[in-house]
Design a protein around this ligand. Structure first.
Ligand code: FAD
Length: 587
């Protein structure tokens, strides 16, 4: 069966791909500069993607004793010294303004006597976490406010529209190719500047706590047109998200009980296994050690029914639990998750938890103006890398989206204003990309998209998750290659042109192969353990060899990885951490 698809051309000054914290902020700023903006999201604004899920806080150094410099030092220390210090400095200096802007749009952060109430988060020298009420609603309130502002400003938004390729002509980005998922209609979006705000790629892993949209499309689309990416080996894991019941998978709220109410972690055999991994701190160990402990228990056959471990406070008297809950989580409500309503009574029984992928530290290489190495292409938010280095401090993503979203809008608008020549679309590229979709419809039969996706997510969980080794990573790499081959013959079971979710998944999956390959190749190259990246065959941090970033680019011969020494443009490690100072003195 031959399928021919036509396309519709839409013109705009700036196209922003992504409608949440980073994308919305970019669009507002560009509009403020009098530039025509079009926002695209593959779902519905404020009802999908990751910003909505943010349950904790939004960092800013408002405290009198605090300063951007102290936040910068904390960020560099937390990032294990491989951050892009220029970006981290901008982040630290502009975080307060990002919070003020979010608040101006109506987020309504909690204040007491005109000052923001701020929570202490691990790794931060001072309390910096602004939040909304009830606790756990920060992301939800933020996206509602951004959506409201977008409506007020009459920002043009194309929802349910999946961007699947960046258009390039004469080495310059000239827009994107998208598909209107409602009608399966191809849209050629011709734009003088393109801003990617597509978020992270957590869904390439079987166990993740991110929204369905986090498939890393922007990372792969950028890679495919020659954009440089960095630090892709650094994927952050949240150690204890809920696994069951299914509708609560990924919820982090009750995980707080581990450090707030001495919750115990117990394996299938009732053992308090964490003392095997951290004899001193046990259940109270750091996130990375807990994640590795749970992962090992499950892998070695001591996991629970749904492939996790138990978290338990039921050993405590009801009175203790009730008093704690009344004070902190009235009616057992953990940021929108009502445990009692879900049939979980933590006074009587433990619940199941697992580590899950939470955030991508790595991403597109940008400069202070959010420019990539391709003219006319900008990136901001979680899709960009550099601010957080090898690990991100809690609450530091939301302000980053505000800071760099705003910058992307500003600098892309300036670029558009200064642009002298006209832009043209390369029709050959358009036709080639459309043929990919036609082939998916034409093929009468072949492997199933969802089966391949599941296998890919599973192998990533097995070999490139919280514990990695050369052996596990090499095995994942060859699995990715096999699955990529299998994908070449994939056929859509549904030929419907009306919101064909299988088509959407097929287009995302094709991009996920590149995302997974970047993570695995970078993790293989980094022969040390640093931040969120743990190699059991190289369990130590190696500063002699690895104060470096891994830069990934696409060359004719395939994926290329280059080591690039970290530029200590602002602080050297010994200037942010006493441990290094002492080491230097001893030497
Ligand atoms: C469970 C959870 C809790 C968190 N809690 C916190 C917290 O308390 N504090 C904090 O600072 N950070 C937190 N984070 C991290 C933070 O929420 C995210 O890093 C941040 O919201 C990402 O914003 P973004 O705008 O870059 O991406 P997203 O919010 O993920 O938005 C991406 C946008 O891109 C669109 N998109 C993607 N691909 C395409 C495509 N191909 N075509 C068209 N559109 C596309 C999506 O539809 C969406 O509109 C949390 C993360 C998780 C998973």
């Amino acid at each position: 069966m031959s399928v021919k698809m036509s396309y519709k051309i839409i013109e705009t000054d700036i196209v922003v791909v992504g409608s949440e914290a980073a994308g919305a902020r970019a669009a507002f700023e560009a509009q403020d500069q009098g530039i025509d903006v079009l926002v695209i999201t593959k779902s519905k604004m404020a009802k999908s993607a990751v910003t909505l899920m943010a349950v904790a806080t939004c960092t800013a150094p408002f405290n009198e004793k605090d300063s951007p410099e102290i936040l910068l030092k904390d960020t560099i220390k937390g990032g294990s010294y491989i951050n892009d210090q220029k970006l981290a400095k901008i982040f630290s200096e502009e975080a307060c303004q990002a919070v003020l802007d979010y608040d101006k749009y109506g987020t309504n952060f909690v204040k007491k006597q005109d000052k923001y109430v701020q929570f202490q988060m691990p790794g931060h020298t001072y309390p910096r976490g602004c939040l909304t009420e009830p606790i756990g609603t920060t992301g939800r309130k933020m996206v509602r406010a951004l959506h409201h502002e977008a409506n007020k400003r009459k920002i043009k938004i194309l929802e349910d529209t999946l961007v699947f390729s960046i258009l390039i002509n004469n080495g310059r980005a000239v827009g994107v190719l998208a598909i209107d998922l409602q009608k399966t209609e191809v849209l050629v979006i011709k734009a003088k500047a393109t801003i990617l705000a597509t978020g992270g790629g957590m869904r390439v892993y079987e166990k993740n706590c991110a929204a369905r949209e986090a498939t890393g499309d922007g990372l792969a689309m950028a890679y495919r047109v020659g954009v440089n990416l960095r630090d892709m080996e650094f994927v952050q894991f949240f150690p204890t998200v809920m696994i069951s019941p299914k509708n609560l998978f990924g919820q982090q709220g009750p995980a707080r009980l581990r450090y707030e109410l001495n919750a115990q972690l117990i394996n299938f055999y009732g053992e308090r296994f964490m003392y095997r991994y951290d004899p001193l701190r046990g259940d109270k160990s750091t996130r990375d050690v807990v994640a590795r402990g749970i992962y090992t228990e499950v892998k070695e056959g001591r996991g629970t029914e749904y492939g996790g471990v138990y978290m338990d406070v039921s050993y405590l008297p009801d009175k203790v639990i009730n008093t704690f809950i009344d004070r902190h989580y009235p009616r057992f409500n953990f940021g929108g998750v009502d445990l009692l309503k879900e049939g979980i009574d933590i006074r009587k029984e433990p619940f199941e938890v697992t580590p899950a992928v939470h955030f991508f530290m790595g991403g597109i290489v940008i400069n202070e103006k959010t420019t990539t190495n391709i003219e006319g292409l900008y990136a901001c938010g979680e899709v960009a890398g550099g601010v957080h280095g090898a690990n991100r401090l809690g609450g530091s993503a939301l302000p980053e989206m505000g800071v760099f979203g705003k910058r992307a809008g500003k600098f892309a608008a300036e670029y558009v204003k200064d642009l002298k020549d006209t832009i043209e679309i390369n029709i050959k590229q358009v036709n080639k990309e459309i043929e990919r979709i036609e082939r998916l419809f034409e093929r009468p039969e072949g492997p199933n998209v969802y089966d391949i996706l599941k296998k890919l997510q599973h192998v990533m969980w097995q070999g490139a998750f919280v514990i990695r080794s050369a052996q596990s990573l090499n095995s994942v790499l060859s699995e990715i290659e096999c699955l990529r081959q299998e994908y070449q013959n994939v056929a859509l079971k549904s030929k419907s042109k009306n919101f064909n979710l299988e088509l959407k998944t097929a287009l995302e999956l094709e991009l996920m192969f590149d995302v997974t390959e970047m993570i695995v190749r970078a993790a293989l190259l980094r022969t040390e353990s640093r931040g969120s990246h743990y190699r059991e065959d190289y369990p130590e941090k190696n500063d002699q060899k690895w104060l470096q970033n891994i830069i990934i680019s696409r060359k004719a011969e395939g994926m290329q990885l280059n080591k690039q020494p970290v530029e200590f443009t602002i602080f050297k490690p010994e200037e942010v951490n006493d441990e290094y100072k002492n080491k230097k003195r001893k030497n």
